[in-house]
Every structure is written in structure tokens, then in C-alpha cells.
Design a protein around this ligand. Structure first.
Ligand code: PEP
Ligand code: CO
Length: 449
């Protein structure tokens, strides 16, 4: 049972899944103490605003686009990589705003998405077992040796610094007018233009660019408004010591906020009741997301939602379903029924990535664009039929030209995967596939009328 008393450390009395085993716990606590002494990365006012936007999305007034790397890498904390990630997310949001006639809430899996839950604590390399990679905030991906894979608390400190550097760059880009999307040179469409599907998409792009230049004629897009383009950060709240160190009391309200990100989510592997993650999450004032896969039972979800959102506050819970394309029609309706029967207030999001991962012979993970799209379509249509709202989508994607997911108009095949496979964890949509995904979403809404 979760006691009524909560504080940022109360999770420590519960068993915690997916935590690294640090060889020196004093070192870990010293690092956490340092992080606790630093200023936070975001503010309670921003966090509250996101919660409000998520509530509005739940009511069908906004669409949420959440996306970014499966696992951010320290080596990608550079201007080009961050700029490309923000650029693809902003471009996707422009296409969605135009196609759906709705404001889009942009939430990056960025500036802190450095820790990964793993199915197995060990992996086999050259016939010997070594600890699994758990994200750059825990251990090193390469070399794949027991030494490099030993959890190092200094990596938490580096995660904090690089999250701050990343967020600073995002804020500077957005404040400095990067959000100024009416400059078509930033639309880098050649890869999509060379595909057979371009004819379908060309019109959408032209209409958007037209709409932007039309506004230009009438005195331009309000740069004040553009300057205020909002961008929120999120990551999986996995390493509880780190999350605790960034949990701060808001003097204005007395509430505790996780100020390491605007939103944090509870992964499919750590949402067990009477465990440390649920204990931590129930007490923070942030909007939180919960990811559920096909194994999720209605009754456990009901109990979880009661614990995490006893007041049924709108915007507090985003439920991210990630069943896999072929399971949506079986798994989603009973969950919707349960939520409705019990009056749970939440915002539905579809993650069409995590239920559609396959392993190719060479042990490389991939996802098929068509399966991803199919999960989105099925989820959208089940919600439509049952009278609930799919309020957004959650993607693993990057602004780079990687070859990690197969399919799409650019027709990547299994043979292409070796060419530019960069992810340390799950396969991401590349730039062209990400654009195509939102073109398809706008078509899906249009066809649904
Ligand atoms: C993830 O989002 O990268 C992830 C591990 O997801 P899930 O908890 O849904 O498996
Ligand atoms: Co992932």
C-alpha cells in the first residue's frame, strides 16, 4: 500500500525496479547531493501550462506531438543534432496544425532522456555475459566490456549538465526566431520529393507554404507569437535518485514538482503498484504519462489511475497505449470501457513504435513504417468508434537521415539498415519518414471527416 504521507524520498521505502547497481553507493549519494544543490531546469509555471494544454488536448482542442530519441546520447549534444531534432518536430507540428486545424502541443523526448529500462540485466557479447547498456546516464554503450558497462554515478552529473545545455540551446533557438517557419529553405524535402508518394504530399506542402506566404502579405506572421512558440521537454522518470534530486517544493503553492522536465513518464516496465516508481510519481504535481502494453490488466490500471490521480484532475494523466498494430483492436476497447465506467479523466496518446519492434537476423532491431502507421490508424478508429479522443501521438524519431526503421515512401529495406544505424536502443523514424508520418495523420483526420 502507498501511505498517505508522501515526500520526494518516500519511494526509498519501496522496492525499485530497473535501478542500476552502483558499486559505490556513497559516490552515488554524493553526486545526487550535488545535483540537488543546482537550480532546476524548468519552472512550475511552465509545467502547469503544459498540464493545461494536455487537458485541452484530452478535450479535443489540441493535438499532442511527443517525440525524440529512444535514448539520447551524450555525443549528440551538439548544435547540429539538437537543431535537427527541434526542426523536424516543429515542421511536423506545422503540418499537423495546418491539417488538423488545431494547435499542436510539442513535447520532446529530449534534454534528459538518458536512462533506459531493459528486458534483461545482461547481454551476451562474444560468448560472455556483460551488463546491459542502460542509457548514457548509467553506463557506456561501447566498448561492450564489463568495465564500460559498470554504472558510474558521474554519468548522472553529466546527464544533468547536458540536459541543461540542450535545453538552453532549444530555448535560445526558439527565442531567436528559429520557429520562424516561413522560410522554406529550412524545409528539406528532397528525400521525400524523389518518392512515388510525393504527388500525394506535394499539395499539402504547397498549401502550407502558400498559407504562410499569404499571411506574409498581410503584414507577416506575428513574430511576437512565433517567438512564443512553446516547446516542452519530457523523459522517462526511471532513475529515482536523479528524479528525486530534481524534485523541488514550489514556495508559492507548497506542491512538489519534478523540475528536471515538464513531463515525466512511467514506463511499461515500472508501473507496478506498491513499488517505488508509482510511489514517486503519485506525489509530484507535473503532468505525467503512463505507458501501457498488451499485458496491462484493466484492474491494475484502474488502481494505478486512482493512486496517481485521485482527484481526476484533467491534464494530470496522459495514457500512452503501445499495444502493437495487431493487438489494438483486442486490447484497447476493454481499457476504454474501464476508464469510462470508472470516470477516469485522462488524455489518450498512441505510441505506435514500441509494440511494433522486430529483430532482424543480425540482431538489429527495426520497425516497419507500415505497422507503425497501422497502429495509429487502428487506435484512431477504435477511439472514434467508442467516442473517445486520440489526442496525439508519441514517436521515436530523429532529424537525421538514419536507416533504422524500414518502409515508408523512401522504401528503406532490411539491407539498408547497416548503412546509418545510429540508435543505441530502439529504431527511430528518420527525417523523411517523420514528415511522411504526419502527412498520413492529416490524411487520416481528413478521411474521417
Ligand atoms: C521507451 O519509451 O523508450 C520505452 C522503453 O517504452 P515502454 O516503456 O513503452 O516500453
Ligand atoms: Co524506445
Amino acid at each position: 500500500m502507498h501511505d498517505t504521507d508522501w515526500n520526494p524520498t518516500s519511494w526509498r521505502a519501496y522496492p525499485a525496479l530497473q535501478q542500476p547497481e552502483y558499486p559505490d553507493s556513497h559516490h552515488l549519494e554524493a553526486v545526487l547531493k550535488t545535483i540537488r544543490s543546482y537550480p532546476p531546469l524548468v519552472s512550475p509555471g511552465e509545467v502547469d501550462k503544459l498540464k493545461q494544454h494536455i487537458a485541452e488536448a484530452g478535450a479535443g482542442k489540441r493535438f499532442i506531438l511527443q517525440g525524440g530519441d529512444c535514448a539520447e546520447r551524450f555525443i549528440d549534444c551538439n548544435a547540429r543534432s539538437i537543431t535537427n531534432k527541434i526542426k523536424i518536430l516543429l515542421q511536423m507540428s506545422v503540418i499537423l496544425t495546418h491539417g488538423l486545424r488545431m494547435p499542436v502541443v510539442r513535447i520532446g523526448r529530449i534534454a534528459g532522456q538518458y536512462a533506459k529500462p531493459r528486458s534483461s540485466p545482461v547481454e551476451l557479447r562474444d560468448g560472455r555475459e556483460i551488463p546491459s547498456y542502460r542509457g548514457d546516464s548509467v553506463n557506456a554503450f561501447a566498448p561492450a566490456t564489463p568495465e564500460a558497462r559498470t554504472p558510474d554515478p558521474n554519468r548522472l552529473l553529466k546527464s544533468f549538465y547536458l540536459s541543461a545545455v540542450t535545453l538552453n540551446h532549444i530555448r535560445a533557438m526558439i527565442d531567436g526566431g528559429f520557429a520562424d517557419l516561413h522560410n522554406p529553405y529550412t524545409w528539406n524535402l528532397h528525400s521525400v520529393e524523389q518518392t512515388k508518394k510525393w504527388a500525394e504530399y506535394e499539395q499539402i506542402v504547397e498549401r502550407i507554404l502558400d498559407a504562410i506566404s499569404f499571411m506574409e502579405v498581410f503584414g507577416g506572421v506575428d513574430s511576437e507569437k512565433l517567438g512564443k512558440i512553446e516547446f516542452y521537454t519530457s523523459h522517462e522518470g526511471l532513475l529515482l535518485g536523479y528524479e528525486e534530486a530534481l524534485t523541488r517544493k514550489d514556495p508559492a503553492t507548497g506542491s512538489f514538482y519534478n523540475l528536471g522536465a515538464h513531463m515525466v513518464w512511467l514506463g511499461d516496465r515500472t508501473r507496478e503498484l506498491n513499488m517505488a516508481h508509482v510511489e514517486y510519481f503519485r506525489g509530484i504535481a507535473n503532468p505525467i504519462a503512463v505507458k501501457i502494453g498488451p499485458e496491462c490488466q484493466k484492474s491494475e490500471l484502474h488502481d494505478l489511475l486512482r493512486i496517481l490521480n485521485p482527484e481526476e484532475e484533467p491534464g494530470r494523466i496522459t495514457l500512452i497505449t503501445r499495444f502493437g498494430a495487431e493487438h489494438v483492436e483486442r486490447c484497447l476497447p476493454p481499457i476504454i470501457d474501464m476508464v469510462r465506467k470508472n470516470g477516469h479523466v485522462l488524455t489518450w496518446l498512441c505510441d505506435p513504435m514500441h509494440g511494433n519492434t522486430t529483430t532482424v537476423s543480425s540482431s538489429i532491431k527495426t520497425r516497419n513504417f507500415e505497422h507503425i502507421l497501422q497502429e495509429l490508424h487502428s487506435t484512431f478508429s477504435v477511439h472514434r468508434t467508442m467516442g473517445t479522443i486520440m489526442a496525439g501521438a508519441h514517436f521515436e524519431l530523429t532529424g537525421e537521415d538514419v536507416t533504422e526503421c524500414v518502409g515508408g515512401a523512401i522504401e528503406l529495406t532490411h539491407d539498408d539498415l547497416g548503412r546509418n544505424y545510429e540508435s543505441y536502443c530502439d529504431p527511430r523514424l528518420n527525417y523523411a519518414q517523420s514528415l511522411e508520418m504526419v502527412f498520413s495523420i492529416t490524411q487520416m483526420f481528413r478521411n474521417a471527416g
